[in-house]
Design a protein around this ligand. Sequence first.
Ligand code: MG
Length: 308
Amino acid sequence: MFGVIVGTGFEAIKPEFNDCIVGHARVERLWTGARWTEGPVWFAAGRYLMWSDIPNNRIMRFDETDGSVSVFRDPSNNSNGHTVDRRGRLVSCEHLTRRVTRTEHDGSITVIADFYDGKRLNSPNDVVVKSDGTVWFTDPSYGILMDYEGERAQSEIGACHVYCANPETGAVKLVADDYTKPNGLAFSPDESLLYVSDTGITHTPGGPAHIRRHRVGADNTLSGGEVLAGCSEGLFDGFRIDRAGRIWSSAADGVHCLTPGGELIGKVMIPEMVSNVCFGGPKLNRLFICGTTSLYSVYLNVNGVSPV
Ligand code: MG
């Protein structure tokens, strides 16, 4: 199934970007009708993608077998970022209920994290599961700053941090406390590095609009945390990593491709501001792109890291 062909395609900034793309592949708009799309996640066995429409309080589902789109969950507690765990279960960040949940195979909901140190979380934004089963998530305040994407409320924690939850024990561990608005996050292919974006510029003039890089210790503590790359157009929200360690990140004008060292080598141009991306398709060589009101995709000559 083809979507509507849109956009101007690719912009190579460095010649090596040409090895990452299929020159005649086109950006397709697969669906439109959301207010703010976020949190794409690919389910390989079923060949479908799910994503959030945060203000409309629903999770959508794109079926790759026939191109159809349907509502998966409504209401969704203003869900934002999603991922899939090592047993193929949906893991979700929810703004309204200020928690991270897992949807079991029977459809029931298990809460993975909703408090830290006796205080409610702000509004978990994005999430990734490590191969040891731990659930890493960011907790900026976007879902409690206004009623549009959640419900206005005071922050009980009083700051925005990055956490690691252990679903087996229920423990929620603080792993980074020096962010303004931590947002997207992803591990390097060997999980030795954790990348986290900071979108603090949205509410702090001159604030962060960059991705930082941490080293991950054997005990799941972080070190380092240097700024890897600043965003040249807007800000980096959600992003994913390909098998060569390149970063494919959301930005104001599309998707930016960065080398593992943080150099911008090219872009996939999208006609709307992009919030997040996800590799999908049987070979994980199709990039699904959440762009404000619409879901886009493009085939690439790279492969995503398998989430399961
Ligand atoms: Mg986000």
